[in-house]
Write a protein of this length. Structure first.
Length: 240
């Protein structure tokens, strides 16, 4: 593991700030000044920042939950409604990656790696979120409008990808890919382009896909999926 990643995992600082600490000579590995990009084993190597030893981070947990409608994406709810944390095992430090609103369903990532969660949700990292939306309205005109870009009350939105197919009974499926994740962004976009949302499901977050996970169920990410997320975060960091 790279030293800056180890510091971020241990909660010392963000990955970028960790690199600044290392460059400033404030980090040592086994008594010697650390170098940005240096490999380290937190379980074996003695890592210190300003002379204070950094504790080895706890095992990283990554979960994929298929969030049902009518569940809050929050740690607790004053009204006593169910939350996403009621649906998964209790893990210290567990947090969500990209909030889903009360009625929105689908893919929700949870992790105890706070630094990675912040990176994957920050707008500057432009991580793709793909949604399947069951709608009513003129989808052909709506898709054309969305592709040109739409002005919302908190700024413009132009989906990275948008397409539609007819389902019958006056309904259509709209597929929308965005990168910002502003509050209720997809719902507000649909309203702005003249569509009524019947159902909204997030089906992909970055490289992770919902696939056939049952509603309300969760599973641990595979090693390959975790590495894919880490690669996304690393590539966005390098590009900044």
């Amino acid at each position: 593991m790279r030293i800056q990643r180890a510091l971020a995992r241990a909660g010392v600082a963000s990955r970028r700030h960790s690199e600044e600490l290392i460059a400033a000579g404030r980090v040592t590995i086994n008594g010697k000044p650390a170098q940005v990009g240096q490999s380290v084993d937190p379980a074996r190597d003695e890592i210190r920042v300003d002379g204070k030893q950094v504790q080895a981070p706890s095992d990283t947990v990554w979960l994929l939950l298929n969030k049902p409608s009518g569940v809050m994406t929050t740690r607790s709810d004053p009204q006593g409604r169910r939350t996403v944390f009621d649906l998964v095992d209790d893990v210290p430090g567990l947090t969500y990656v990209g909030r889903l609103d009360y009625l929105t369903e689908g893919l929700l990532l949870l992790t105890n790696d706070g630094a990675a969660a912040n990176q994957l949700t920050h707008p500057s990292f432009e991580v793709e979120r793909e949604y399947s939306v069951v709608v009513k309205g003129d989808v052909d005109a709506a898709v054309a409008m969305a592709r040109r870009g739409v002005e919302l009350d908190d700024g413009p939105v132009r989906p990275r990808q948008v397409s539609a197919r007819k389902l019958g009974g006056g309904q259509s499926e709209l597929r929308v890919t965005i990168t910002e994740g502003r509050k209720r962004e997809v719902r507000r976009l649909c309203t702005a382009i003249g569509l009524t949302v019947e159902r909204l499901i997030r089906v992909r977050y970055g490289p992770i896909e919902l696939r056939d996970l049952p509603v309300g169920a969760s599973r641990a990410l595979t090693r390959n999926e975790i590495e894919a997320l880490e690669n996304v975060a690393a590539s966005r960091s390098d590009a900044r």
